[in-house]
Design a protein around this ligand. Sequence first.
Ligand SMILES: Nc1ncnc2c1ncn2[C@@H]1O[C@H](COP(=O)(O)OP(=O)(O)OP(=O)(O)O)[C@@H](O)[C@H]1O
Ligand SMILES: [Mg+2]
Length: 506
Amino acid sequence: MQLTGLRVSGLSKSFAGVPALREVSLDFPAGAVTALMGENGAGKSTLIRILGGDHRPDGGRLELDGVRLELATPADARSAGIRVIGQEPEIVPHVSVAENVYLGSLPRRSGRLLDRAALRERMRADLTRLGFDRDLDPDTIGSKLTAAQRQLVEIMRALTTDAKVIAFDEPTSSLSDHETESLFALIGRLRRQGLAVIYVSHRMREIFRLADRVAVLRDGALVGERATADTSDREIVRMMVGRDLSTLFARKHNTPGRVVLDADAVTTDDVTDVSLQVRAGEVVALAGLVGAGRSELAGALAGDLPIRSGEVRVDGRKLRLRQPRDAVRAGMGYAPEERKAQALLLHRGVRDNISLAMLDRLRRLRFVRGGAERRLARQYVESLRVRTPSIEQEVRKLSGGNQQKVVLARWLARKPKVLILDEPTRGVDVGAKIEIYHVIEELAESGVAVLVISSELPEVLGLADRIVVMQHGRVTGELDREEASEEAVLALAMAADLSHTSRGNP
Ligand SMILES: Nc1ncnc2c1ncn2[C@@H]1O[C@H](COP(=O)(O)OP(=O)(O)OP(=O)(O)O)[C@@H](O)[C@H]1O
Ligand SMILES: [Mg+2]
């Protein structure tokens, strides 16, 4: 059999002497989806960045269809036919989607002027061809795009020219269900067209649905490869972590205490008349589809987005929320969804980032501050398994999942009265997810009122005492732990559409 596709052999890469990849040899055959899995910091993105020409390997070689490649720049990778859909798409803020997609190959009229009509036409044709015509409007301005739409722009960019290899680095972490389905359909087509598809994800369900083969990295080394048909999630987790791991999480539920967070008829630009309460020791999950208004509600409760009418009370005291600081003073902690943009000091160390929210408290104890900070940072680096050479490492040098854990650690460490966590385990590996669940459980046990937003239903069902479901900016229902099931949550998340169909509209 003649092997075509991409082959990497003996690939190595270190950062400041710390190895991120160790002599990895791996085939990415044409016409197949190869999934790359491994814990946070295992080296997945580093491998993908080398393929994209963003990093130069310290050693090893790349071959495409038997021909050796030298990738010194991203342009080299592109001209070789390798496309990478990264975790943070670069979008020009003040120009349209269409211009963002065709950047560099814009149709010009009479040599200079941009031919907008031709551009829009070409964009619509490509959107339809790729199956994203419902998801993206060619005229939207870059700065107005959601995280999901940014990702789609990046995918469009990659696929408007011929490619032989396409690599996706956690593409679905910010996509809605519908967008995810469109992406999966697209990946299926690319595979049938004979592309070598590389797919990085922490979501086991996706791997078993999409991939033909799974390769597992641990500490930068290849642990093994399996055909998806011949393996199990249990075996993959064992390969990732190096030991058996129970991925089941059964929370101890306690009797909730007094009402701590009390939102009363809160209305914002995106949310209408939402009332909900969270008690001390209680974990309440906000469920719903992407775009239901959950993050907007959380942002408003945390003083990040303006409230038009309604009241927010903490421990019975009405809050005047003009800025996030007002919420923090009242005892609220809030880890937003887009952690990197909103929350991290990328050029500061892990320790500084974790202790950020603590400064007020630590400042009072000035003379023990250094020691207390270090102890705290070490404790959370350990309990959340943050992979970093030291607590002084700059956060921008950590892998994506480890950055997530640092922001989370900051708010967990603060032990506020109310803790709002928006997608706390996004981008986090299976082992660390369980650790995060345990920390949330412990906080609840110590009396914190926790409000969690999550798009992963098993997570919602495993963690929550109570589930509040939203759609179109309104609460459509509430479920107790005993009555909650995936079906029941989904029915409420799509309540408006379902009542339509029952009236006979398809
Ligand atoms: N620019 C950099 N400088 C220093 N170290 C880096 C840099 N980029 C990556 N690393 C280190 O290389 C290792 C591998 O990181 P990589 O981003 O490849 O992990 P990953 O498998 O993609 O993890 P995740 O699942 O969290 O995205 C990590 O220990 C990370 O801290
Ligand atoms: Mg990564």
